[in-house]
Design a protein around this ligand. Structure first.
Ligand code: GLN
Length: 542
């Protein structure tokens, strides 16, 4: 029997950041999985935070949470939406984590008196992080390197992935480099020089890319591709144009496969695979391109100006639209605008209202106003995490008459702490990794809306929060029309609330947006959007 050999693909980026390395890595993963290979994706981030959990959305966009509770980069969201291989704590490393592990070993004396250095100790630690996902049940590991070639903090990673090919054999490694081919209006043409320069930087370190993916606004001429191939020492067919997609990011794998990227990878890594069959993906895309109707959903949050802060929520709304052959037009509404202009003005004309997760006081009054507007005007409402907490605070204030009801996150001395810390969170002082994180079971009440939507008695959803509904108030809420339709299996933690006397009012303490896929919309998002379509019809009819 031949020894199992795991192949490695490394994805780097040059010229500028935000080229879509995550999407490209996920797309490569999808194509290889589709050809029958067992693929694992991994992201290495050169910054010094241990994980992105303590970083502001302004710095980092959404923090994506895995089943095992790891707080990760949002690119892992793309990985999960495009591929099916499990992601774990080993799927995302930062320099902070790499160094933390090295420093702990140093304190334990594991380096036996030697000087601890970037080469070989940091590079060894990085290589062992890569090897950690290359288990015997995996055919290909795709490792994406965060940042841009030329960044000082990325150097140890480039050195590590260079060495990696020496360790496992050049034939078992493939380097994909993403670059930008900018169009210069004044010159009236696209330029290849930035690509040449960034490949030169890579080659200086000792990495010769096997494939170049050129991100462009305009079509590249054959002559330009010839030139890039020659100057960058890359095979001509492996210079691949990747033009901006106007309609959907889900077109990326199809366009890469049209440029034979999967075939090139399979040949270069000498992999035996099935033929590519994109029919399921393509029929999903056909739905994206041919919606039968439109629906307008307002997302009322505080990081609205940032396109990445609620990434998975926007994606999940798109997935719901795909499932219902509808175009979901998302209106991003700054909760402070609702506070300033009033809900009537800020939220007019919406078919559904979603309040996403968040932290801290700013924006809360506007979110509460949005909940109230949706509840009273009977507009479909979907609350997520902080959105649930706002839904119960608003209910306590408006329906139960507890005018000062609050979460202790905002007012530690409130008379009516309807949302508060539970005992096990009380004594924690560290910020990083100390929330209720990861997958937890939730038991659903038969005949509730949640039960009907999920079509299951028990479900698993991911969490990322500290505060919980305060059980001392359960009874008074229930006797006044709010239903607790999902709890932890022991009944202790409130997971889902709904208002039966409303067309569609449901909020969850978890983050269902982390489990939706373009080919399999999450039922909560799908049914929320369906209810919003119904609301639109009702509005039109009346
Ligand atoms: N800030 C709230 C908590 O910690 C909600 C968190 C969230 O929405 N992810 O409980």
């Amino acid at each position: 029997m031949s020894k199992h050999i795991c192949k490695h693909i490394f994805v780097t980026g040059g010229v500028v950041s935000s080229l879509g390395k995550g999407l490209t890595s996920a797309s490569v993963g999808l194509l290889l999985e589709n050809r029958g290979l067992r693929v694992r994706l991994q992201k290495l981030d050169p910054y010094l935070n241990i994980d992105p959990g303590t970083m502001s959305p302004y710095q980092h966009g959404e923090v994506y949470v895995l089943d095992d509770g790891t707080e990760t980069d949002l690119d892992l969201g793309h990985y999960e939406r495009f591929t099916s291989g499990p992601l774990t704590r080993q799927s995302n490393y930062t320099s902070g984590r790499i160094y933390q592990s090295i420093l702990q070993k140093e304190r334990r004396g594991e380096y036996l008196g030697s000087t601890v250095q970037v080469i070989p100790h940091v590079t060894d630690e990085i290589k062992s992080a890569i090897r950690g996902v290359a288990t015997s049940d995996v055919d290909v590991v795709i490792t994406e390197l965060g940042g841009t070639v030329g960044d000082i903090e990325g150097l140890p990673y480039l050195e590590a992935i260079r060495q990696f090919a020496l360790d496992v054999g050049k034939n078992n490694c493939l380097y994909i480099h993403l670059t930008l081919v900018p169009y210069l209006k004044a010159a009236g043409e696209s330029k290849t020089k930035p690509t040449q320069t960034s490949v030169m930087q890579l080659r200086q370190i000792g990495i010769q890319p096997d494939v170049l993916i050129c991100r462009t606004e305009r079509e590249m001429s054959e002559g330009m591709k010839d030139k890039i191939a020659l100057f960058c020492n890359v095979e001509r067919r492996a210079v691949i144009e990747e033009r901006d997609k106007e309609l959907s990011i889900y077109e990326v794998p199809v366009s890469l496969s049209a440029n034979k990227l999967d075939q090139i990878i399979v040949e270069k890594l000498d992999l035996e695979t099935k033929q590519l069959d994109m029919s399921v993906w393509q029929s999903m895309l056909n739905r994206v391109f041919n919606p039968r109707q439109e629906v307008s959903i307002g997302v009322v949050g505080k990081y609205i100006s940032l396109s990445d802060a609620y990434k998975s929520i926007y994606e999940s709304l798109d997935h719901a639209g795909i499932a219902l052959e509808s175009r979901v037009v998302v209106r991003r509404i700054d909760s402070e605008e609702v506070e300033r202009d009033g809900a009537d003005r800020a939220l007019a004309g919406l078919d559904g209202i979603l309040v996403p997760g968040g932290f801290g006081y700013r924006g809360i009054p506007g979110k509460l106003a949005a909940v109230r507007y949706a509840r009273e005007k009977k507009i479909p409402f979907f609350g997520i995490c902080l959105g649930l907490q706002c839904a119960v605070i608003e209910f306590a204030r408006s329906v139960l008459g507890l005018k000062e009801a609050n979460t202790t996150e905002i007012d530690a001395d409130t008379r009516d702490p309807v949302v508060c810390l539970l005992d096990d969170q009380f004594s924690i002082t560290d910020m990083g990794g100390t929330m209720r994180l990861g997958s937890y079971p939730c038991k659903l009440t038969p005949s509730s809306l949640a039960h009907k939507v999920y079509g299951a008695d028990e479900v698993l959803e991911r969490h990322r929060h500290r505060y919980e509904f305060n059980n001392a108030y359960r009874q008074i809420f229930e006797s006044n029309g709010m239903r607790f339709s999902g709890t932890s299996p022991d009944g202790n933690l409130v997971e889902v609330v709904e208002i039966p006397d409303h067309p569609w009012f449901l909020a969850v303490q978890s983050h269902p947006e982390f489990k939706s896929k373009p080919t399999k919309s999450h039922p909560l998002f799908r049914e929320f959007v369906r209810a919003s379509l119904d609301h639109k019809d009702r509005r039109r009819g009346s």
